[in-house]
Design a protein around this ligand. Structure first.
Ligand code: ATP
Ligand code: MG
Length: 438
């Protein structure tokens, strides 16, 4: 994308209510605009990041055999009356009436809807297990929306649901999802630690939250430094193998982690002092096993091997896709701006033409740009070099390719690695392959 053509409204001043770095940076870099309290429009660069995150979530969910569907945002109140949650949910639920005075709501989550769809279509134990997910907007009328997209009222969530024949099978589904989540967060370039959680209003028996470590997080966190060393991509745990799921389960059981709500000082003291990590974290995911709560309350049975009907065991699994955009920035920025992890960045590189109008500079820039116009943000504006450097640092592209008259003569490209600040002067071919353009 050429910056002279792009819709990239960066801001010099940000509203005073933007209290934390990610909120300020998202507004300054022109990723989102607030349209009403806790509701945001996603602008081109922000939307690219949102989509990149969703795509990683999708790939890693598909890899454990989950199938993607798309359920609507609007739901009928009747569904929620069947489970008993219509009254229980309280004022966070946005309730709407249609023209026929039928009660509707903007979905805050989809347990009822998926249970209803499942119940109408799956009749036999032979069809189990099933794991379905969607990535869809949710609405919760948060009393105090704040921190930008991190606690919005409308937000984008991946929510998945599993159906199994027994507790034992459901527990495998649960750990399969946990492995998938740990891989997702690794690919997103953030350190996220699973922590045993209360089961809350959804209710249930087994639950973990995933917290991204960041100083502005809403929860206090305590964990064993062994969590930092685990690389879920490299570890050859196979989500299809029962023994590997057992390995994950025992790793989780023996490696301490807890939010302040669940922190246990006795267990903490048993960890060697040099391995104790304390800090703050942002909840980016939450998984539950809740048994037959919804299948029973909504009367959803399937027939077992001997024909006797039974209630399938369920789990539900959420990832805050839009919250992650803020959480990643919280965990990865400096005074100059955002530092995007490579897999989520809106562009692989900013291409900075320091002398637009200079024939050699223009020509070399066009040549680089033509390699992959989708992956490059070409700063072709007639601006001072300093403005371009500042904007590129603010936007946080992993690489900056800097073209000045001196380098252009010898076809030398100066690269800056945004994360480390390292600079390289490289010949054309080496430079473009380092950025990953070919
Ligand atoms: P929180 O405790 O932060 O209010 P929650 O426990 O109510 O979140 P869940 O029902 O577990 O949220 O939803 C799954 C995920 O959706 C959360 O882990 C979080 O990442 C995301 N999420 C929840 N509420 C919001 C919100 N208001 N804005 C953005 N993302 C949210
Ligand atoms: Mg939660």
């Amino acid at each position: 994308m050429r910056l002279t053509k792009a819709y990239q409204p960066t801001l010099k001043e940000v509203p005073a209510e933007a209290q934390i770095a990610s909120h300020r940076l998202m507004l300054r870099a022109g990723l989102v605009r607030q349209t009403s309290a806790g509701i945001y429009a996603w602008l081109p660069a922000g939307l690219r990041v949102l989509r990149n995150i969703a795509q990683i979530v999708r790939e890693e969910q598909d890899a454990i055999g989950a199938e993607e569907i798309l359920m609507p945002t609007l739901q009928s109140a009747d569904l929620w009356k069947r489970s008993g949650r219509y009254d229980a949910y309280g004022p966070e639920m946005l309730r709407i009436q249609d023209r026929h005075k039928r009660e509707m709501l903007y979905g805050p989550t989809n347990e009822e809807m998926i249970t209803d769809i499942f119940g109408a279509t799956v009749k036999s134990y032979k069809e189990l297990p099933k794991m379905l997910y969607h990535i869809q907007w949710k609405f919760r009328d948060e009393i105090r929306p704040r921190f930008g997209v991190m606690r919005g009222r409308e937000f984008y969530m991946k929510d998945g649901y599993s159906f199994d024949v027994s507790y034992e099978e459901a527990e495998k589904s649960y750990y399969r999802v946990m492995l998938s989540y740990l891989r997702i967060f690794r690919r997103l370039g953030v350190q996220a630690v699973p922590m045993a959680a209360d089961t809350g209003p959804i209710g249930g028996e087994l639950s973990h939250e995933f917290l991204v470590l960041a100083p502005t997080g809403e929860s206090g966190v305590f964990y064993d430094s062994d969590w930092e060393a685990m690389d879920w991509q490299d570890m050859s745990l196979d989500p299809g193998k029962d023994e590997d799921l057992e390995t994950l389960k025992s790793l989780v059981a023996k490696t301490y982690s807890a939010t302040d709500e669940k922190h246990d000082d006795g267990a903490w003291q048993l960890i060697p002092a040099e391995k104790r990590r304390e800090g703050r974290g942002i909840e980016v995911g939450h998984i539950f096993y809740f048994g037959t709560k919804y299948t029973e309350s909504m009367g959803v049975e399937v027939s077992g091997p001997d024909g006797t009907p039974f209630y399938p065991h369920m789990g539900s699994y959420g990832i805050g896709v839009s919250r992650l955009v803020g959480a990643i920035i919280e965990a990865s920025h400096d005074d100059a701006g955002i530092i995007w992890p490579k897999e989520v960045a809106p562009y692989k590189a900013a291409l900075l033409n320091l002398r637009p109008g200079d024939e050699a500079c223009d020509q070399l820039c066009e040549e680089i740009y033509a390699l992959d116009p989708e992956a490059i943000l070409y700063d072709d504006r007639a601006e001072r070099a300093g403005v371009k450097f500042n904007d590129a640092d603010l936007m946080g592209h992993p690489w900056q390719a800097i073209i000045g008259p001196r380098g252009a003569k010898t076809r030398t490209i100066e690269l800056k690695d945004r994360a480390t600040g390292e600079r390289f002067e490289l010949p054309f071919d080496e430079a473009v392959s380092k950025i990953g353009l070919r």
